[in-house]
Design a protein around this ligand. Sequence first.
Ligand code: PEP
Ligand code: MG
Length: 827
Amino acid sequence: MAVRKETQFMVSLSADVVQLNATVATKLDAIRQVGQLLVKGGHIQAGYIDSMVARESAANTYLGNGIAIPHGLPQDRELILQTGIAVTQLPQGVEWNPGETVHLVVGIAAKSDEHLQILRNLTHVLDDPALIQRLVQTQNAQEIIEQLTQGESSPSVQKPTELEPGFDQQVEVQITGAAGLHARPATAFAALASAFEADIRVQAGEEIANGKSLMSLLKLGVESGQSIRILARGKDGAAALKALQNAIATGLEAEEPEAEPDLDLPALTLASKAIIGVAAAPGIAIAPLHHHHTQTLSFADTAPNPAAEAENLRRAVAAALGELTALQQQVQQQLGTAQGAIFAAHHALLADPDLIESALTQIPPNRSAAWAWQQTIEARAQSLAALSNETLAGRAADVRDVGQRVLRHLLGEVETASELPTTPVILIAAELTPSDTASLDPQRILGICTATGGPTSHTAILARSLKIPAVVGAGAAVLDLATGGTAILDGNGGCLYPQPSAEDLTQARQRQGELQVAQDGALRSRFQPALTRDGHRVEVVANIGAAPEAAAAIEAGAEGVGLLRTEFLFLGRDQPPSEAEQFAALQEMTQALNGLPLIVRTLDIGGDKAVPYLKLPAEDNPFLGVRGIRLCLQEPDLFIPQLRAICRAAAIGYVRIMFPMIATLEDLRAAKAQLEAVRVELETPPIEVGMMVEVPSAVLMAAEFAQEVDFFSIGTNDLTQYLLAMDRGHPTLAAAADALHPAVLRAIHQTVQAAEAAGKWVGVCGGLAGDPPGASLLVGLGVKELSASPASIPAVKAALRRQSLPQMQRLAQRALSCSTAAEVRAL
Ligand code: PEP
Ligand code: MG
């Protein structure tokens, strides 16, 4: 028999909607169960349960201390029949978010802003862990009813007379969000307040809360339109008040009822046991696991005839070079120039006469060619920590890959790729070489999971181009996984579920379907501008590496080219391209762009990147050596023809120029002076000049640099590696070299502020711009232009269209106050 207790706060809770001792496998089950209770209690129509599920994928309803408060989307409120709550008690708990277990699920159906009052009632429970423990174990539903429906105040709210001395700084603000200072805005407020040392209090009427405590803030029950006073005590109090005032002005986490469903594919949250790695290529794969073992080639260490061995080695190298040329062309045609360039770089590595010479000298008096070659390759691989560019080779894995290719020719072995299964699988490997990855057939290899490697490895780049979902850096444990059965790989969340439950398989299949719908939708709308929901326009342009890619970028929805990596014109050949050749390539691009902007980055090679004809001396620290603009300033024969070609192209199309690896004002001034001299000599029109911000000194001196350029383009790939001192291609560190690290975000924030103060705009052309959540953060930080690989443009535009600028600004504010990349990702 229902015992209904109406309180002064209109919360309705009866014993027949309190389910004790429930068990569920997943949080979605928990939401559905509590939803059924709300149906049973006559609070909602059944359709509202789907709305509760949808709400959870858009916003997390974990409140804290083992309590979650699932509720539906605001636009589905007409499915609520009568305001009320229902409770599912889960003594064994259910994982709500990684590391967060929920024991009490309080389903909320609130017709209007009673939501806030229900939360207020919950706060005295939230504050009291012993009470929660009792409610989690109790066999008496009445105990839960009494605790959740009473509106008593608790000591975490003060009276003005109880305020400690020293709160001498204050601001008055009005809370404007539709639902007042409810859970999400209060969470955002408390998180921001906690980023400051100062003590923060919030006064509403005659009650004062601790501004850093969610519980305390919720107890104030601040409603929409109500004014609050924020008080601060301590040395950064003024800054804290300003930040909080700004955050409130942009709406904190206000409800945005008109929000479209978010199909950005958040990570799957499945109950089955997961192996956590690093997300490297998006998408979901569902298939059996297959272990891929690198072929171990065995050979004799010694051989009697050194001359014959030397000849064998030369022949094997020649055969491998021919193979690489063909592979580069094939990959370029299938996947694009940047991908083909990986093998152009392999070719260049192998064509290095020093490499062959060094192996040849190790043969006499009695070593086999295979032994000598292997020694040389290993020495090279070990001395190269890794490479510095997503699209160019140079890392140890590439050297070893090239080494294996030659070794196979020496030993007359066939390629390992032919050993791959003919039925669809998720491939597990210690590491995949670029050659292995490029030869994968996406029809058969549905997913990739490697024990080592980072998200900017060549394997990851190739997997993304092949649209094979991939997780890298998953640890050696994956190598021991049993095969058989069907596994799930979540390339968005960076997880592998080796033995998922039937329910999880159903959920993953459903998500796959949703992804397909989202991708189709994004593709259809790729030519529409990236207009946020509140009408703010973001320019989305492409990163390209060769002339034919300009037309392909436009076809992908790009609104121009934000980064032309000109180094591709200089690779895979034995002398630099002439000015005429460079001009012809630029002309082809400006014609394809038909008036849309083309940002040409001057040559960014040197150091570790093998361009044999340049005869660059080896360096101990190539990433800190003569790279990018430094090389060009030292090599006028390389730089001047390129500047001439760019100036001439600027006379016939919309061309801007930018310089890479700028670390000092002297370098920038020298580069600009050379450009100006060329321009005056050619009598070509003025050209907008920008610089890459990818070195920490450029961030710290952004105010000075902003006086001397027209725009900044932030290279998050290099900026991350230089800020964190982690090689972006390092086999084990690369995973931690995360562009979402707060240090990188704060550097971007600082750069944008300096640019804005000087009236200049900031773009981002590093990998972060092509990642939809990263793109939103960047826009929230004030970035005006995003330049990404053509393939990621439809998804980036679609993601920006789904949000409003204030939403992205709030996200950015929260990200800036995070302490780790993991915290940023969890937002
Ligand atoms: C970067 O460093 O982020 C960038 C865009 O340049 P590249 O990847 O070519 O070094
Ligand atoms: Mg760079």
